[in-house]
Design a protein around this ligand. Structure first.
Ligand SMILES: C[S@@+](CC[C@H](N)C(=O)[O-])C[C@H]1O[C@@H](n2cnc3c(N)ncnc32)[C@H](O)[C@@H]1O
Length: 477
């Protein structure tokens, strides 16, 4: 199929605008090849038809993305960076997060999962088993086929090219010629679709706020510079003060990272959001900068630390609707007006709280959502948001109550059930966690598969069902 000049320019612009993927003239042949394969997969006989299908942003778009993205990856890729993680980054975070014993990590552009699982395996050696740490590892990618393979966690020898045999034996079980990650490590990572080129992060509902570490390696090499700048700026906002960013080797434009501190370590460069960067109130007390400790933590054979899913949710993460103007006066005005005012739309009432939560300002978010709930105490979405905020504040009992109320107010509010299951799992109440997930599944299977689920950032019923089933399977192992 011929990719003529006109079509080349249209495909190039669409891919750049929607996914940040950059196809300059020198990569035109790669693009033509990928598009030809995608058209064949879709049973289309012309690139024009493929283009029209992509514009609609549905299955055809996904299939093209599956065809064009490159998922080259392996466990413990770039040994120097994993050494730095073990010896500098994680010990630093453990000192800083010691008072709350909680870590939030994100593998952005995770491909088939090796990077995120390498993080889980590294933490197994670095974190003490007791007292327990709450760890969440979020792993996202734009390619749904890669995500599916990541969840299956079944790998061939090529993925282990930098992994010792001892580590492979410890973390995996052989299945024919391949190896499957053991369930206790699989359940530590939550996989979700997220297009880094879209303005869908940092946002509290998808677990991309107040992060301690972001790994985004060998991803922005496919983007143009403007997209890369936007992505790095968003990562900066998504990190808590003192949070670390690790990018791949082939991403040397230092100016893009100018807001970060630069830390040179043998064989790599790491970035850190300054400890004293303007911060909203977060879970941990403000701590002074600390000297990085020497690498004294020996490999541990203790049981894995307790992992908590991100305040999740495996959302579809389509572009958010245009952000509503931030109306700081809505809640205050409603609360202070004695006479009953005409009720504000619920979304407006919650908007300031949601905005505060999205920027990690948990205490403001809590006050704002509680004020909104005092105006409209029958708002399931409000209680669900409050539950997420309280989880961030470490108030798990309060979070559980808030989730429970959301379900009480709207029995089909499945995100409330999922929230409860999260808390129960974190507190070791596995039977209750299973019950919450089953209840969510019950309602999800009664919805049209492609119906968006309230409170889940447009994730569909089918997508959430798949997520809930995996969680149940992992809890049952
Ligand atoms: C080469 S892999 C990198 C995997 C892993 N981070 C590593 O370094 O081993 C690049 C990944 O970036 C993903 N990717 C490309 N464009 C993306 C976008 N706009 N949003 C999210 N992920 C994207 C691809 O699907 C692919 O899985």
């Amino acid at each position: 199929m011929d990719l003529n000049d006109d079509l080349y320019i249209r495909f190039r612009d669409l891919l750049l605008r929607r996914a940040g993927l950059h196809y300059p003239e020198r990569r035109r042949n790669d693009l033509a090849h990928g598009l030809g394969q995608a058209a064949a997969t879709c049973g289309l006989t012309s690139l024009e038809a493929l283009y029209q299908g992509m514009v609609e942003n549905g299955t055809i778009w996904d299939l093209v993305i599956i065809q064009l993205t490159i998922g080259e990856t392996y466990f413990f890729r770039n040994a120097a960076q994993f050494t730095a993680l073990r010896e500098r980054v994680l010990p630093d975070l453990m000192l800083r997060r010691g008072p709350v014993r909680s870590l939030r990590l994100w593998s952005a552009g995770c491909a088939t999962g090796e990077e995120a699982y390498s993080l889980a395996m590294t933490l197994a050696d670095v974190l003490p088993a007791a007292p327990e740490w709450q760890v969440s590892i979020l792993a996202t990618d734009i390619n749904t086929h890669f995500l599916q393979r990541a969840r299956e966690a079944l790998y061939g020898n090529w993925s282990f090219r930098e992994t010792s045999e001892a580590a492979r034996e410890r973390f995996f079980t052989p299945e024919g010629p391949r190896w499957r990650l053991k369930p206790e490590w699989r359940r530590q990572v939550i996989f979700a679709r997220l297009n880094l080129a879209e303005a869908v992060y940092p946002v509290v509902t998808n677990g991309t706020v107040a992060l301690d570490l972001i790994l985004c390696r060998n991803v922005t090499i496919y983007f143009d510079e403007a997209t890369t700048r936007q992505v790095i700026d968003r990562f900066y906002a998504a990190l808590a003060p003192g949070g670390w960013l690790i990018v791949g080797h082939a991403e040397p434009n230092a100016d893009i990272y100018r807001a970060f501190e630069t830390h040179n370590v043998p064989g790599s460069v790491l970035y850190r959001k300054p400890v004293n960067a303007p911060a909203f109130v977060t879970v941990q007390p403000n701590m002074p900068a600390v000297a990085l400790p020497p690498p004294t933590l020996p490999p541990s054979t203790l049981p894995p630390p307790h992992f908590a899913p991100p305040l999740l949710v495996p959302t579809n993460l389509q572009p958010a609707t245009a952000p509503r103007p931030f109306n700081t006066t809505t809640v205050a005005a409603l609360v202070s007006t004695p006479a009953p005012a005409p009720p504000a739309p619920l979304a407006d009432l919650l908007a300031p709280g949601r905005a505060a939560a999205d920027r990690g300002d948990w205490r403001t978010a809590r006050a704002s959502v509680e004020a909104a709930l005092s105006v409209n105490p029958l708002c399931a979405a409000g209680y669900y948001l409050l539950g997420q905020i309280l989880e961030h504040l470490g108030e798990l009992d309060g979070a559980l109550n808030a989730y429970r109320r959301s379900v009480y107010l709207e029995p089909t509010w499945v995100m409330g059930n999922i929230g409860m299951a999260n808390v129960w799992r974190q507190t070791g109440h596995l039977a209750e966690a299973r019950r919450g997930l089953r209840s969510a599944l019950y309602h999800l299977t009664r919805m049209a598969p492609n119906a968006p689920v309230a409170g889940a950032d447009e994730a569909t019923a089918a997508e959430l069902s798949a997520y809930v089933r995996t969680q149940l399977e992992l809890l049952n192992k």
